[in-house]
Design a protein around this ligand. Sequence first.
Ligand SMILES: Cc1cc2nc3c(=O)[nH]c(=O)nc-3n(C[C@H](O)[C@H](O)[C@H](O)COP(=O)(O)O)c2cc1C
Length: 153
Amino acid sequence: MRSTLQTMNIHPCKGCDACHKSEDGECTTRDDMAILFPKLRSADGIVIASPVYWFSLSAQIKACIDRWYAFETPQGNALAGKQFALVLTYGDTDPYSSGGVNAIRTFQDICRYLRAQIAGIVYGSAGDAGAIQQQPALLEKAYKLGQKLGSAN
Ligand SMILES: Cc1cc2nc3c(=O)[nH]c(=O)nc-3n(C[C@H](O)[C@H](O)[C@H](O)COP(=O)(O)O)c2cc1C
């Protein structure tokens, strides 16, 4: 079954620190992160795909990322060393005025903090659903990034 963050039930991190107080870093919030935690933990590569909403990453992906707080344990971060990629679209034509740059900077900071590898970042303007089909160069970049991720491990 195909799930997207849009249709999943993902609550914001409450900052209760229960995960950091438990031995195995278990988050006590019961929602669809129970599906994503093991997938993220076992993944070799993680692609964050988001539209720009209000000059940064969308709330859907941000809520999910906030819950990665549980991955930080005294033994290290479960996401450290993994390959990360960002795929970003925005309605404006410019990466600066759209806020795309803010989202990219956030992604870079996340990867730096996690000590994760940045496999690539693909970004561009695509306002309506399907508009990206009119941009073969951008699609090619995304395809190449997928190939790179697929051959990295
Ligand atoms: C709530 C909302 C906020 C948005 N904020 C921005 C924005 O700050 N900058 C921008 O360039 N586009 C913004 N957009 C346009 C979307 O980024 C753009 O339509 C996006 O490429 C849609 O991707 P999707 O087809 O995957 O939903 C916004 C759209 C919505 C619905």
